[in-house]
Design a protein. Structure first.
Length: 171
C-alpha cells in the first residue's frame, strides 16, 4: 500500500485519507519499520476509508455544472464513438442527442434514436464510449439479453469495469 509520511513534532502516529491519498503523520524519531507496521495493522480501515473517499469524490464530480468546453468535448467523443461502434456493430442511429437526463446514462428508442446524458461530460472517455456502445448495441438487440451483452463484450472486452464505475455515480 502506498502512503506519504509527514514527520513533525507530535507524539503519536495519525493516518488520514484525503483525495485518494493515504497520509501518515508521524513523530520525527519513529522508524520507517514501525510506521510500516502501523500501516499494515490498519490496512483494512485504510481500504475502507479509501473506498468512502472515492465515493465522495465521484458524487462531487457528478454534481458540478458542466462547462461549455466539457460539453464540446463530450459531443466530439460521442460522435467519434458513434462512428467507430456503428461500423463495428453494423448499426447506425438515425439521430444522436446529448441532453440532461435524470434516470439514465443513455437511451435508445424504437425509432433508432440515441440520447446520451450530458452528465457524462465529467466522466472518463472510456466510460462515455461504453455508454455509446451500449446504446448502439440496442439498435441490434432492444433488450439486455445474452446476445446483447455478448455484442457489447465483442466490442469492448473490459466494459464491466466502466459499467461498475457508472453505477457508483448516480444519474
Amino acid at each position: 500500500m502506498e502512503y506519504k509520511v509527514i514527520r513533525s513534532n507530535i507524539k503519536n502516529i495519525y493516518i488520514q485519507v484525503k483525495d485518494g491519498e493515504v497520509i501518515v503523520k508521524a513523530p520525527k524519531k519513529v522508524s520507517e519499520k514501525y510506521i510500516k507496521e502501523v500501516v499494515e495493522k490498519k490496512e483494512k480501515w485504510i481500504k475502507k476509508k479509501l473506498e468512502e473517499d472515492e465515493q465522495i469524490r465521484l458524487e462531487k464530480t457528478c454534481e458540478k455544472p458542466i462547462t461549455k468546453q466539457e460539453a464540446i468535448e463530450l459531443k466530439q467523443i460521442v460522435l467519434e464513438s458513434t462512428n467507430k461502434y456503428g461500423k463495428s456493430v453494423g448499426e447506425f442511429p438515425n439521430k444522436v442527442t446529448i441532453k440532461n437526463m435524470k434516470y439514465a446514462w443513455g437511451s435508445c428508442t424504437g425509432k433508432r434514436n440515441i440520447a446520451i446524458n450530458m452528465k457524462l461530460a465529467r466522466m472518463k472517455k472510456e466510460i462515455i464510449e461504453y455508454v455509446v456502445l451500449h446504446e448502439i448495441c440496442h439498435l441490434k438487440h432492444m433488450d439486455h439479453s445474452k446476445d446483447f451483452w455478448e455484442l457489447v463484450e465483442q466490442n469492448m472486452k473490459d466494459y464491466k469495469k466502466y459499467r461498475k464505475e457508472l453505477k457508483k455515480c448516480h444519474t
